[in-house]
Design a protein around this ligand. Sequence first.
Ligand code: NDP
Length: 291
Amino acid sequence: MSATILSGKLLAEIVRGEVRDEVAQFRRETGRAPGLDVVLVGDDPASHVYTRNKEKAANECGIRGELHTLPADISEEALLKLIGELNARDDVDGILVQLPLPKAIRSDRVLDAVSPAKDVDGFHPVNAGLLASGRPRLVPCTPLGCMRLLELAKVDLKGANAVVVGRSNIVGKPVAQLLLAANATVTIAHSRTRDLPSVCRAADVLIAAVGVPEMVRGSWIKPGAVVIDVGINRVDDGSNGGKGRLVGDVAFAEAIEVAGAITPVPGGVGPLTIAYLLKNTVIAARWRSAT
Ligand code: NDP
């Protein structure tokens, strides 16, 4: 049996279409575009690509996207001052601070300074707390993408065994909260979990958000399970003209023979993360204009 491939690329196009419609309606109603301001500190090449893509994706959907590029040696105070200015600006609905920040800057202090109402990444403790309390407001984008992929897979989550491998604040914990809210029976596994293969084998839905290339083997997967692979890992094996290749946290070639449905890497969860960032920007804009 070969699993159904859950294409995040196609699904992200649908989500972006939804965003374009929502933006057009917001503009008709308010006479302005929703605004997303992306803050990039330093010169990490990957971060430059990610932030440019976010700005471009926003502008393509009719959102006013703006990138603020700051030098790596900027002080924490100067960065906090910019966040304060963006918090106060009426045309800014979403603020995204690209991670990682330089070591000299305390990331928690900066992320906590973003107004919870403009926290389109959903990382602020207020938004994390609301999600955990069953009153979600701005929810992290990658977990929202995972849930949309499960919807595409037509999984009945009610009572299903869902195993999330990884407990980060960005992916593992919030996706576990969303699965719980959808009435799944949720297990969160991590680096100290005993007998991880057996824990995974009990999963009707398996979400891997670990950051270890191809860690989840085919033999860890229950036949017919739905597998969402969040991992994005570059393997430098000399392939692709020396650039290496991207793989997930799941050994795809093995898993596809066992799972009922599976996301590829690349082209699975990744494209949905940006699409849901745009959705969150419109949600933030709507709330701000309604209050
Ligand atoms: P973190 O490094 O913050 O968290 C990794 C988690 O995996 C931790 O909870 C850790 O456990 C757990 N872990 C690490 N090694 C093992 C192991 N051997 N066995 C079991 N659990 C383990 O990573 P993120 O959550 O930020 O990201 C995870 C992956 O998802 C990465 O590959 C990242 O690139 C990718 N990613 C993809 C996105 C997308 O858009 N598709 C967005 C965000 C991330 P412990 O807590 O015990 O240390």
